[in-house]
Structure formats: structure tokens, C-alpha cells
Write a protein that binds this ligand. Structure first.
Ligand code: TPP
Ligand code: MG
Length: 362
């Protein structure tokens, strides 16, 4: 359902206590009242964005730590640095809209409102995980939260997301699908087959390209003949925009425009989010292909969470103490998730035979 944009901009500044009481341990998915100009956030929206991005950051830091301790096996791709993209986009969509992405997916799940305990225990391969411990980092789903994975094959989620948009159109609901993929995936053939069909059939899909500048160890400049990814839909007549993906307000504003376009039946839209990942491609990547100074510069000058923190403090929306207590509260949520993920039992061997085939009703 389209988010309401008619609510007047609130001037009330929430107390840290009021803001703290909103915490559920899940990043908020639906949105309440929105500011008039979507590039501006109300104080409540700033607080919520801060909280939602911080939950993802702290969760990922903990996952990295647990991986280092041998508690998480297999692949694990952290989202640290890119938090503003999912939090901003989640603020632009409404209840029932779908999300699908690749393997760098923990942030997307938390932004969709999935339980940190269920995500963390999937990482540790335990029964309490979203795929009952059988999927791991790259294979988690929650149809309740309209999250469709979690896909390890680069670009595979793009035709699947296009299919979700097709189902929306076929069923005549007004839902929009966000199909996220990376700058590396943007060079995949299946992406362009999807673009063609989406435009031909005017499907309600937003292709959110998370351009974090690297595909494993290869920079976009080395791998792409045309680096303005927002124009990759030109030959299909799909409109696109480049967005500062480190600024949650810019992301939500661009997201709202794209959502309005798609929901009104005008077909697909491309958003290129210019973002950056602070960690290596996966936990086994020492990231020797880029200078430490490059990473430090992004962290110091463009960090998405720090930007909101400064606005909260300078606008006197929150004090240092308020922010410290939010951090403490979020660390506790993540610690609980980590504890649950280590105490949940491993799946029973009989589970090897379940969830292999799906039964289709009717
Ligand atoms: C079809 C396919 N080819 C290659 C790989 C190996 N691979 C995994 S991630 C990756 C890089 C993708 O980079 P990008 O799309 O920019 O996403 P990011 O990791 O930066 O989020 C590659 C080549 C794969 N998983 N699937
Ligand atoms: Mg990339």
C-alpha cells in the first residue's frame, strides 16, 4: 500500500526515552507519519533511521566476530557501510511490497523486520534459524515479511524479482517489488533479459543497484565499459537515477519517486545507489586490492550512521547520553540474538529430507 505522504512535518522532538521504547529489536518496516518533503526527515524519522541502521551495523559486527571465532561457517558477506540503502528504501515502500536480493543480505532481512535471533541462528546453522539451520547466510526467506531471499548466484535474484512483479501485475494488486543487485551483477546477461520483459509488460519492479564500487576484488572501472549504472535501462526505455546511497534521506526520497512511478502502472525503474562496503567481499577477503586510505576516507567523510548522528546532535533532537543508551539497547538486542544462535540446537539429521520439494496448492 502506498505510504501516506500527507502528514504534516512534525516539529516535536522525541525524548530519547520515547524513542527507546519503540525498539522491538527489528528494524521498522512499515512507516508512520512522513515529512512533507521526503528529502527532509522529521525528528522521529531521524531517530528511527539511526536506530535501524545501527541495528544492522552492530549485528554485522557481531556476525564478523562470531565468524572469526569459528561459530559461523561457510560464506558470510557483511553489509557494513551500505546501511542507508536498505533503511532508506524500506522507508519508501509499504506493507506487502516485496524485497529480494543477493548474498549480502543480512541488512535487507533486518530492514524488512525479520527477527535478529532467527537471522543469527541461521548463520550458526541452528534449528532456530529462518531456514531451520539448513540455508546459512545466503539462503533465508520470510514470506511473512515479504522477503524472498538471499541468493548466492550473482544476478539470479533479478529475474526472480521480475517474476514477483509479474505476479503482482497478474493478480492485480498494487504491490511493488524491490530487486537489489550489485555493480558486478549489473553486467550479467539475465539482468537485461529481465529489463526487456519488465518494460515490455510494464511490471512494478524497482531495480536497486547497490554500486559499492567493487565486485569481489575488481573495481567497477576495471570491469564495466559504462559505469553510470542508472543508464543501463536506456535501451529499454527504463528511467533511472543516481543516488547518494550513503545518505538515508536521499535514498528514501529517490525511492518514493520510483515507488510512485511503479505503483501507478508506468513500469520498472532503476535506482543506482552509490555506496561503499567497508569490509572485504566476504570474511575470507583481506581486501588488498584497495588502499586503506580509500576505506578510511569513506568512513570518515560519508558514513551513513555518523551523518544522522551529527544531525541528531546538532538539531538537539538527541543528546550524547540518549545516543549512548540507544547503542546500549541495540547491543543488548544483538547479544541476545548471538546467545540464542549459540544455544539453539543443531537441526536433527532427519531434516535432511524435509523442504526438498514444495507442495503446490490448488
Ligand atoms: C553466476 C556467478 N558468477 C560468479 C560468482 C562469484 N561471485 C560471487 S560474488 C561476486 C561479485 C559480485 O559483485 P557485486 O554484484 O558488485 O556485489 P557485491 O558483492 O559488491 O555486493 C562474484 C563474481 C557467483 N556467485 N555467481
Ligand atoms: Mg559490488
Amino acid at each position: 500500500m502506498a505510504s501516506s505522504k500527507s502528514s504534516p512535518k512534525s516539529t516535536a522532538k522525541p525524548s530519547a526515552k520515547a524513542a527507546a521504547s519503540k525498539s522491538t529489536g527489528k528494524a521498522a518496516s512499515g512507516r508512520a507519519a512522513k515529512s512533507k518533503s521526503s528529502a527532509d526527515f522529521t525528528p522521529e524519522e531521524e531517530m528511527q533511521a539511526y536506530r535501524d541502521m545501527l541495528l544492522i551495523r552492530r549485528f554485522e559486527e557481531k556476525a564478523g566476530q562470531m565468524y572469526g571465532m569459528g561459530l559461523i561457517g561457510g560464506f558470510c558477506h557483511l553489509y557494513i557501510g551500505q546501511e542507508a540503502v536498505v533503511v532508506g528504501m524500506q522507508g519508501a515502500i509499504g506493507e506487502g511490497d516485496q524485497v529480494i536480493t543477493g548474498y549480502r543480505d543480512h541488512g535487507h532481512m533486518l530492514a524488512c523486520g525479520m527477527d535478529p535471533k532467527g537471522v543469527m541462528s541461521e548463520l550458526t546453522g541452528r534449528e532456530g534459524g529462518y531456514s531451520r539451520g539448513k540455508g546459512g547466510s545466503m539462503h533465508m526467506f520470510s514470506t511473512d515479511k515479504h522477503f524472498y531471499g538471499g541468493h548466492g548466484i550473482v544476478g539470479a535474484q533479478v529475474p526472480l524479482g521480475t517474476g514477483l512483479a509479474f505476479s503482482n501485475k497478474y493478480r492485480g494488486n498494487d504491490r511493488v517489488c524491490l530487486a537489489y543487485f550489485g555493480d558486478g551483477a549489473a553486467n550479467q546477461g539475465q539482468v537485461y533479459e529481465s529489463f526487456n520483459m519488465a518494460e515490455l509488460w510494464q511490471l512494478p519492479v524497482i531495480y536497486v543497484i547497490e554500486n559499492n564500487q567493487y565486485a569481489m576484488g575488481t573495481s567497477i572501472a576495471r570491469a564495466s565499459a559504462m559505469t553510470n549504472l542508472s543508464k543501463r535501462g536506456d535501451s529499454f526505455n527504463i528511467p533511472g537515477a543516481q543516488v547518494d546511497g550513503m545518505d538515508v534521506r536521499a535514498v528514501r526520497a529517490a525511492g518514493e519517486e520510483a515507488v510512485e512511478f511503479c505503483r501507478s502502472g508506468k513500469g520498472p525503474y532503476i535506482l543506482e545507489m552509490k555506496t561503499y562496503r567497508y569490509r572485504g567481499h566476504s570474511m575470507s577477503d583481506p581486501a588488498k586490492y584497495r588502499a586503506k586510505e580509500e576505506v578510511n576516507k569513506m568512513r570518515q567523510e560519508h558514513d551513513p550512521i555518523e551523518q544522522v548522528r551529527v544531525r541528531l546532535l546538532e538539531g538537539k533532537i538527541a543528546s550524547e547520553d540518549d545516543l549512548k543508551s540507544i547503542d546500549k539497547e541495540i547491543r543488548a538486542i544483538v547479544a541476545d540474538a548471538a546467545e540464542f544462535a549459540q544455544s539453539s540446537p543443531e537441526p536433527d539429521p532427519s531434516e535432511l529430507w524435509t523442504d526438498v520439494l514444495a507442495s503446490v496448492e490448488g
